[in-house]
Design a protein around this ligand. Structure first.
Ligand code: HEC
Length: 102
């Protein structure tokens, strides 16, 4: 676990966790991102987080907000992606990662 991934873990749990669930596992509101990142590349991921996404489902609209003007997310997007990608590739387990020195 490098510093960037650890930062991504923290940022994810500040900004995304309420909808996407702990450790990216998804919830009743929003999809499981550890699954999504098997199909989405970095550019597609970035586009969705910057612009948001919306689709009409059987149980009503599902709205992914746009984070394009949120510096807490935009300044850390690479790290958030790195964290979720590591989760998606099974390189990182659930829960709080060990912090590396430095
Ligand atoms: C208010 C709830 C909410 C928050 C907060 C939120 N999301 Fe989402 N997100 C959603 C919903 C709902 C969808 C599904 C949208 C759809 O189906 O069109 C989604 C979809 C996505 C997708 C596309 C998944 C796919 O399989 O197509 C990505 C990537 C994503 N979110 C990343 C993030 C990241 C990163 C954050 C934190 C910076 C975040 N989301 C915060 C609700 C949220």
């Amino acid at each position: 676990m490098d510093k960037g991934t650890f930062n991504g873990f923290r940022r994810y749990h500040n900004s995304c966790h309420v909808c996407h669930g702990p450790d990216g596992m998804g919830g009743s509101f929003a999809p499981n991102l550890t699954e999504s990142l098997k199909a989405l590349d970095y550019y597609k991921f970035t586009e969705i987080v910057v612009n948001g996404k919306q689709s009409a489902g059987a149980t009503g609209d599902r709205v992914m907000p746009s984070f394009g003007t949120d510096p807490n997310v935009m300044d850390n997007l690479d790290d958030i992606y790195r964290y979720l990608k590591a989760r998606s590739d099974d390189k990182l387990g659930r829960g709080r990662p060990e912090r590396m020195p430095g």
